[in-house]
Design a protein around this ligand. Structure first.
Ligand code: PGA
Length: 258
């Protein structure tokens, strides 16, 4: 499949932001803006799990899909505070971020746990957005490919080729997240090409590869023009409808219809 045929995917990662009233305005604005985008640009939002029902009631019937930022490694049971993937699907959600660097760092999620969570998401029918990325120290030590390769391999090792083909993978260099310091388009493309080759070896060459880390309206288009960048996972800029929609429009400008 060519780059054009893959289209573009832009997903907002709200992290632990938002309240009921503000979410309504943001979701309505995103739904309205997404209506005007070409069909080959898909838009999603990953909200705090408590608000997934709100996302469902405001986004159902719109082109915007929704989801959560994490799922449990278990389907049910005595796991206080956890949210299971099948529960998420009760609210029409189709996306689940897994292995975000904030969860790997602050919640000590191992590569193995991320792989199990990916399996639970797939079993429930969700599309896992598997995040990989290196720290600044790792990049400066020349370890980027080794680190992101190992993170991806741990997940792929647990999946059939058919399951692997249902993933979305997000390359999010830790040093670029929330820092205002995005990877350059060349740096991001180089890692995406590496990830693409790894996925191709598993028969999953067409998995959408998103870039995340300080994507803003003014740098989105250059990033999205790269051969192996199929869209973005957007943190801070997804909290402002105007900025998020500007990034979606940048995706449209780089798609076939754009
Ligand atoms: P950022 O976050 O866009 O605020 O850098 C991206 C992410 O962590 O998914």
């Amino acid at each position: 499949m060519s780059k054009q045929q893959r289209g573009k995917l832009v997903v907002g990662n709200w992290k632990m932001h938002g309240r009921l009233a503000a979410n309504t305005a943001l979701l309505q604005a995103v739904a309205q803006g997404a209506d005007e985008l070409p069909a080959d640009v898909r838009v999603g939002v990953c909200v705090p799990s408590l608000y997934v029902a709100q996302a469902q009631s405001l986004l159902e019937g719109s082109p915007v899909v929704w989801g959560v930022q994490d799922v449990s490694a278990f389907t049910h049971g005595a796991y206080t505070g956890e949210v299971a993937a099948p529960m998420v699907t009760d609210f029409g959600a189709t996306l689940a971020i897994v292995g975000h660097s904030e969860r790997r760092a602050y919640h000590r999620e191992s590569a193995e746990l991320v792989a199990v969570k990916t399996q639970r998401a797939l079993e429930a029918g969700l599309t896992p957005i598997v995040c990989v990325g290196e720290t600044l120290e790792e990049r400066e030590g020349g370890l980027t490919e080794r680190v992101v390769g190992a993170q991806l391999d741990e997940v792929l090792a647990k999946l059939s080729a058919q399951e692997a083909a249902r993933l979305v993978v997000a390359y999010e260099p830790v040093w670029a997240i929330g820092t205002g310091k995005s990877a350059s388009a060349e740096q991001a493309q180089a890692v995406h090409a590496f990830l693409r080759a790894r996925l191709a070896a598993e028969g999953a060459a067409d998995v959408p590869l998103l870039y995340g880390g300080s994507v803003k309206p003014d740098n989105a288009e250059e990033l999205f023009r790269q051969l192996d960048i199929d869209g973005g996972l957007i943190g801070g800029a997804s909290l402002k409808a105007q900025d998020f929609l500007a990034i979606c429009k940048a995706a449209a400008a780089t798609s076939v219809a754009g």
